[in-house]
Design a protein around this ligand. Structure first.
Ligand code: ATP
Ligand code: MG
Length: 573
């Protein structure tokens, strides 16, 4: 492609509403353009990277035995009513009406449509397992669309769905998909970790997220440097509380006057005790009523774990306005003894401990030497707190490390959630009707491209991994000298003939502008043809990643660059 004939305009200015580096660079390099909040144009250059990633994804899906199809973006509401998600999905679901006043949705995901498709076509165990995928545009009306393609409202996803007769068969496909995902991210040269993820209320099912490690990541993940245990912070556990120490003998309950101590730190300071010796009380409002959760004073409650334990549909911190009425205690002084909360949960960090210091349920009062079972009913113990960096790994005890990550893929053993509600059944060998067992596997295409930039850039621009670079090579025409123009064109034609993805920068621009743009866009390999070196019979070439310039005759450079591209293309294969 000749740049003079191309739709590619870089921006000097950093867009004011861009908040992460990949978004700034994608906009400045002319890859994407914002049309509305969370809705983008993929400009020609950006589209090339998207298409290249899609191709890698296709190759790996096909290799793993999945079959491509394409489902509609607009889906009838009836299917969502069948699955029950018409009511449950909330405001991320874009609901629309057609001219006959019939309800539709713009698909945020496709479990309903695929389940309906498969139940219509498959009825025997002989036709299973099957794994179907598509690469398609989704719409989710995210509360806070941001970070460019990383959290858009309209975005491209690869989603696959597998159907099975047995759990073992699902396990096999799940494993094949896990491997395929690793291959995809390796081929994109992405530093990534698969981590265990929360499965919500579905229960019993496994789920992994693929995280690209990056400071700007919205997720926190823990990882064990020794045994490779990895989990999303929402789900991560540690061995921290396994060491049962002999509890001190129970002492007599004692009220302490603690005026003006509303937070756990206030109480610690007031009593001259570390917060680890206190008990923190959290109260949540849930569809099951107010729930009290007790954790050791220096730990944090983990809402995802708590909500899963309760099996609650919704849960939030109890608002101040309802606090006294719901708990019977003033804010800051709430505790388990005589509480109005119907359920009291306690984190493992408190198990086996005696003589707790807790809120006294009266203003300016805490109570010491409170013992569960004696002074209030035994609470429901469980893992309700968030892992901290340095906590021992649950598998091997090594101190855990904490990272920020970008979730680029998510694989999930769904079980029979959709097949049961939507009656997607098969006849087994004995002629018995059974719900199919399902798995689903998502991968964000735009988010992965953005994550690659997030991981690989410098102050001047993007440093593309070759397999998803929009062009592999740029040939820069430096100046207007006839010989220069002719040589650059010859090199360009030879690269094209060799199947190299090359852009010829033949614009009428100053060399400085061209070089700056080449850095910003981040073509992995660059060839510059200028009068000075050409007078000595040479042209210049360099890698974007180190920019070390090398000189050689045009034919030698052309041959070398073709070799380099071919070697780099097979990266991770
Ligand atoms: P998140 O927690 O980031 O909202 P999710 O759990 O809702 O993600 P899934 O429903 O599992 O995501 O979707 C599969 C994949 O689609 C994700 O791993 C991610 O790569 C991508 N994805 C999800 N939401 C968005 C979005 N708003 N913009 C871009 N990509 C997205
Ligand atoms: Mg989401």
């Amino acid at each position: 492609m000749r740049w003079s004939n191309y739709f590619l305009y870089t921006l000097r200015e950093v867009p004011s509403d861009a908040d992460v580096i990949s978004q700034k660079l994608m906009m400045r390099a002319g890859l994407i353009r914002k049309v509305a909040a969370g809705i983008y144009n993929y400009l020609p250059l950006g589209l090339r990277s998207i298409k290249k990633l899609e191709q890698i994804v296709r190759e790996e899906m096909n290799r793993a035995g999945a079959t491509e199809l394409l489902m509609p973006a607009i889906q009838p509401a009836e299917l969502w009513m069948e699955s029950g998600r018409w009511q449950k999905y909330g405001r991320e679901l874009l609901r629309i009406k057609d001219r006959h006043d019939r309800d539709f949705v713009f698909g945020p995901t496709h479990e309903e449509v695929i389940t309906e498709t498969v139940r219509d076509s498959i009825n025997s165990y002989r036709q299973l397992p099957i794994n179907l995928y598509q690469i398609q545009t989704k719409f989710r009306d995210e509360v806070r669309p941001r970070f460019g393609l990383m959290r858009g409202r309209e975005f491209i996803m690869k989603d696959s769905y597998s159907f099975h007769t047995t759990r073992e068969s699902l396990d096999q496909t799940y494993e094949a998909m896990r491997k395929a995902y690793s291959r995809i991210f390796n081929r994109c040269a992405l530093d990534h970790v698969p981590v265990e993820a929360d499965t919500g209320n579905i229960g019993g099912s496994a789920s992994h997220e693929f995280m690209v490690l990056a400071q700007s990541g919205e997720d926190a993940v823990v990882s064990c440097p020794h045994c490779k245990y990895g989990a999303n912070i929402e789900k991560a556990t540690s061995k921290f509380f396994d060491d049962e120490t002999e509890p001190a003998p129970a002492a007599a309950v004692e009220d302490i006057h603690t005026p003006g101590t509303k937070t756990i730190d206030d109480v610690g300071r007031f009593l001259g005790k570390p917060t680890s010796q206190l008990v923190k009380t959290l109260v949540f409002d849930t569809d099951l009523g107010p729930v009290m959760v007790l954790v050791r004073g220096d730990r944090e409650g983990n809402e995802v774990k708590i909500k899963n334990h309760l099996g609650a549909q919704w849960m939030e911190m109890l608002p101040d306005t309802r606090f006294e009425e719901a708990t019977g205690a003033p804010i800051g002084y709430c505790g388990p003894v005589g509480t109005k909360c119907a359920r009291v949960l306690a984190d493992y960090s408190l198990r086996g401990r005696s003589n707790w210091i807790v809120g006294g349920n009266r203003r300016d009062t805490h109570t010491a030497n409170v013992n569960p079972g004696r002074d209030f009913p035994e609470p429901e113990y469980g893992d309700f707190s968030t892992v901290f960096a340095g906590d021992p790994c649950p598998r091997c005890g090594t101190p855990l490390e904490l990272y920020r990550g970008i979730e680029v893929g998510h694989i999930f053993k769904l079980g029979t959630k959709y097949s049961e509600s939507m009656n997607c059944v098969f006849l087994d060998e004995g002629g018995e009707r059974k719900p199919m067992i399902m798995g689903c596997y998502g991968l964000g295409i735009g988010r992965t491209v953005a994550a690659a930039i997030e991981q690989s850039h410098d102050d001047d621009g993007i440093i593309w991994p070759m397999p998803i670079a929009p062009y592999e090579v740029v040939v820069t025409v430096v100046g207007k000298d006839e010989n220069v123009v002719r040589t650059a064109n010859e090199i360009y034609e030879k690269l094209l003939a060799a199947g190299i993805e090359v852009l010829l920068d033949d614009r009428d621009e100053r060399p400085g502008v061209k070089f700056k743009d080449a850095d910003l866009i981040g073509f992995p390999l660059r060839i510059a043809v200028g009068a000075k070196s050409l007078a000595g019979g040479n042209v210049e070439w360099s890698w974007r990643r180190d920019r070390a310039k090398q000189l050689d005759a045009p034919d030698a450079v052309t041959a070398r660059v073709i070799d380099e591209v071919k070697a780099a293309r097979s990266q991770g294969l």
